[in-house]
Ligand binder design. Structure first.
Ligand code: AIR
Length: 192
């Protein structure tokens, strides 16, 4: 009994670690560890889809050489997509995109040095022609993770299937809410 429990524990440990030990396909970077409370959602959804990722701090302003090194080595290190989040004068996603041939998804973070989030949104969104950054909504790192997964899913059918199931789940949830409102007595001439 004790032996089988130990074996089960190691199988569990191995399966939960596998997603971290495998070659990361998505690089999640952020300007500061203070962005982690926002960026965690990207890591969580990638883990949910079983996609290996790495996560670290890279600051365009405080560690410019680290940023250039990270961006220039990313493709050769086997990454397929980079998710970059930053707040305030958020130059990280755009500068990384200027160095790497990989797709870059930018997450504007409403941080302590942000006036109202627009500073971060506009510095990530308003890229010059030639250097696109796929910008998601303010603090929307979950969507960044889903978009990164969709990019991986374009060449990995098992990931594609998981995204399909995820979206089917969203539809099911909404239809349950439709039922809920109807059952609560709200008039609905559409869903007869
Ligand atoms: N930041 C860090 N280096 C460049 C930028 N734009 C951003 C971080 C964070 C904010 O500055 O992305 O959102 C505040 O960082 P900190 O470390 O002071 O909390």
């Amino acid at each position: 009994m004790e032996g089988s429990l130990t074996a089960a524990f190691f199988v569990y440990l191995y399966s939960t670690q596998a997603v971290f030990m495998a070659q990361p396909l998505v690089g999640i970077i952020m300007g500061s560890d203070s962005d982690l409370k926002v960026m965690q959602d990207a890591a969580d959804i990638l883990q949910q889809f079983g996609i290996a990722y790495e996560l670290t701090v890279v600051s365009a302003h405080r560690t410019p050489l680290r940023m250039i090194n990270y961006a220039s080595q990313a493709a050769d290190r086997g990454l397929k997509v980079i998710i970059a989040g930053a707040g305030g004068a958020a130059h990280l996603p755009g500068m990384v995109a200027s160095v790497t041939p990989l797709p870059v998804i930018g997450v504007p973070v409403k941080s302590s040095n942000s006036i109202d989030g627009w500073d971060s949104i506009l510095s990530i969104l308003q890229m010059p022609n030639g250097i696109p950054v796929a910008t998601v909504a303010l603090n929307a790192s979950k969507n960044a993770g889903i978009l990164a997964a969709s990019i991986i899913g374009s060449f990995d059918s098992s990931v594609r299937e998981k995204i399909k199931q995820y979206k089917d789940g969203l539809e099911k949830t909404v239809l349950e809410k439709v039922d809920g409102l109807r059952n609560a007595g709200y008039p609905n001439a559409f869903d007869q």
